[in-house]
Write a protein that binds this ligand. Structure first.
Ligand code: GLC
Ligand code: MG
Length: 244
């Protein structure tokens, strides 16, 4: 599907979205320099929330929209769900069990979502090891899952086979050219696994502190600039326009 030579796979909130001027500048640059990258948006939001943001911020429509922290994949232009991915990730997913384990946990306030592709909470606790305690509880109950903590308060419990990294990897293998030149971009904990896949990646300058723990790597660029300007800075670093 994406026959493009370049791909930008980016988180939305506080990565691509955050500075309207920088956003405009990034897409003008792509146009002027004829990069014309394929676009994959990789967000924690659910489908309707992501589509509202795309409309509200007048973002270019992506080729593929990965939502719900990498638990669902949708294809342009009609946002039909990738059924192969959905079947694969849900095969070992036990949302009702997760819910019953944390039913009476005051530190966890359940987020309202239109589905159970993931179970997400807002953490209301000062306990420093709360995430480890939740992980230990899931482990003790033998629940196959993938725990993601972001922005110091969002806790997503995902199917074991999902996450932004695994979803991006699936999309690249199935739909992108073998020799595609890609840039991955993010700002918070739920982006960590895609930023460390081993493709050129950028942590934008305004990123959450939690990403400072990621080990240094030549393919992981830490931008000084914020939001879309950080993406542009990293694009220049990995794909200087003169060498196209
Ligand atoms: C987005 C989603 C939220 C999720 C968070 C972290 O803010 O709306 O549901 O918990 O990302 O992944
Ligand atoms: Mg973000």
């Amino acid at each position: 599907m994406i026959r493009k030579s370049y791909l930008l796979a980016t988180d939305l909130d506080n990565t691509l979205v955050g500075d309207p001027e920088a956003l405009k500048h990034l897409f003008t640059f792509y146009k002027e320099k004829e990069f014309d990258p394929g676009l994959i948006y990789v967000t924690g939001r659910h489908l309707n929330s992501a589509l509202s943001l795309i409309q509200q911020e007048k973002l270019p429509s992506p080729d593929i929209l990965i939502t719900d922290v990498g638990t669902a994949i949708y294809h342009a232009p009609d946002w039909s769900e990738d059924k192969t991915w959905a079947t694969w990730v849900n095969e070992t997913w036990l949302p009702e069990d997760v819910l019953s384990i944390f039913k009476n946990t005051p530190a966890l306030v359940r987020q309202k979502l239109p589905h159970q592709k993931r179970i997400s909470f807002t953490v209301r606790s000062r306990q420093s090891n709360i995430v480890q305690a939740i992980q230990a509880k899931l482990y003790a109950h033998n629940i196959p899952c993938h725990l993601v903590y972001s922005s110091g308060c969002d806790l997503d419990i995902l199917p074991e086979r999902s996450g932004k990294g695994k979803a991006v990897e699936y999309v690249l293998q199935k739909y992108a050219k073998n020799d595609v030149k890609i840039l991955l971009a993010g700002d918070s904990g739920n982006d960590a696994d895609m930023l460390t896949l081993g493709y050129p990646a950028v942590i934008v300058g305004n990123a959450q502190e939690e990403l400072s723990k990621l080990p240094s790597h030549t393919l992981l660029y830490r931008a000084v600039e914020y939001y879309a300007a950080g993406i542009k800075e990293a694009w220049d670093h990995f794909y200087p326009a003169a060498q196209q």
